[in-house]
Design a binder for this molecule. Sequence first.
Ligand code: TRP
Length: 328
Amino acid sequence: MKTVFSGIKPTGNLGLGNYLGAFKAWGNLQNEYTCIYSVVDLHALTIRNDPQTLKENSRKIIMLYMAAGIDPQKSIIYLQSHVPAHSQLSWILGCHSYMGELSRMTQYKEKSENNENVNAGLFTYPVLMAADILLYNTHVVPVGEDQIQHVELARDIALRFNNIYGNILVVPEAKTASKLTARLKGLQNPTKKMDKSTKDPLDTIFLLDTEAEITKKIKRAVTDSEARVYYDTENKPGISNLLAIYAAITNKTIEDSELDFQNKSYGDFKQSLIEVVLGELNPLQKEFNRLSQDTAYVDNIIIKNAQRAEEIAEKTLAKVQNALGIGK
Ligand code: TRP
């Protein structure tokens, strides 16, 4: 079986955008691929975190992975910092990356503007990400559109490395989620990405929001004055975004979703959407809450899965070190 690898950074609370655009679909890949899903806590260090909060967030994501149907016996879910090979390979790959190509990364350019903490980690972030991917002989990397450039860099680094040292690294490919879900927009700012680190709490539905919060956020979501439900991102960004959420959760096409609300008011549409979102998140939250009570079980999953990850990672690292004439 080919290998899928992806990761989520444990900063902020995960929102509906992360879920529908990413890990809701990850569970479905488990029968076709060997799946490895990381919580990339080293990547989180490019900003200052409260240590306790970082720890809790990382654990929350492991539990959300499980609650979303990722089976920790079949797939590997683990914390990046538990496997030292990530940092070790990252240094080596950094010596095979160029200042020029790293300077061209869009995310780096954006994050280094208007930022007081432009640390070197922000610059080498994509090198660590390449190490994540390449350690596990990954074929496919499911990511949002904003991360494609980073996966392509990982490809370039792997090809370059293989050119010099022989065929050692598997060359990965990015795979984006369906166009609609990959681009969920804010409920208050429907022309901007639904962002988990938003300043406006009404903008994002968080996965662990209460029923009352979800209801309020959808009721207050920005629409328009036309009072007809159809998809037109130019003129009706708010309604189009709500339709995209509805379609993503119900697995319907946009056309079928429009038909569901042909002669309905925005109020009726929003009410249906509230039910659909709650119907999706209720079971997820229930399972999350159950896991939260079972500390010993989750601890064990985290330890065992890190060992499984480490076994694979160590092999790749040893091959790389050997090719370079370093290591034991
Ligand atoms: N950079 C990714 C993001 O911000 C997270 C990430 C880190 C990742 N390492 C990865 C994603 C490896 C896929 C594969 O979303």
